[in-house]
Design a protein around this ligand. Structure first.
Ligand code: DGP
Length: 113
C-alpha cells in the first residue's frame, strides 16, 4: 500500500530533497531529531526490512553505499553519525515505507528509548 513517501517520490507533495537517483531518494526529515536528520528511501514500495526479498539485495546495497556518500556530503563523516531503521509498531515505525534515518551533527546518546 502506498504511503505519503510515494507522494514525495512522485513530487506530489514537497520535500527538501538532497539526493535522488533511479533507485533511491534522500530528503530532510520534517521533524528533525538532530542538526542533520535525513531519510533515505528506496523508490520501490517496500514496507520495512522485515519484508525484504532476495530481489531487493541490490537496492539495499545501493542505499547503504549512497547513505555513506550523503553523510560525507553533509560533513558528518569526520565526527560520526547514526543510521537507523524502525520496524513495525514496537520498533517505532510510523510511515510504512522503508526508510533509513541518517542522524548527525551532535553527540547521539545510546541506548535509544
Ligand atoms: P519512523 O517513525 O521511523 O517511521 O519515521 C518516519 C519519519 O518520517 C519521521 O521522523 C517523520 C518523517 N515524516 C513524516 N511525514 C513526513 C513528511 O511529510 N515529510 C518529511 N520530510 N518527513 C516526514
Amino acid at each position: 500500500m502506498s504511503t505519503l513517501f510515494t507522494k514525495i517520490i512522485n513530487k506530489e507533495i514537497p520535500a527538501d530533497i538532497v539526493y535522488e537517483d533511479d533507485i533511491c531518494l534522500a530528503f530532510r526529515d520534517i521533524n528533525p531529531q538532530a542538526p542533520v536528520h535525513l531519510l533515505i528511501i528506496p523508490k520501490k514500495e517496500i514496507v520495512s526490512i522485515d519484508t525484504l526479498t532476495d530481489d531487493d539485495k541490490d537496492i539495499l546495497g545501493h542505499i547503504m553505499v549512497t547513505t555513506a556518500k550523503i553523510a560525507k556530503q553533509e560533513g558528518l563523516d569526520e565526527n560520526g553519525y547514526r543510521v537507523v531503521t524502525n520496524i513495525g509498531v514496537n520498533g517505532g515505525q510510523s510511515v510504512f515505507h522503508l526508510h533509513f534515518h541518517l542522524l548527525g551533527g551532535r553527540k547521539l546518546t545510546w541506548p535509544p528509548g
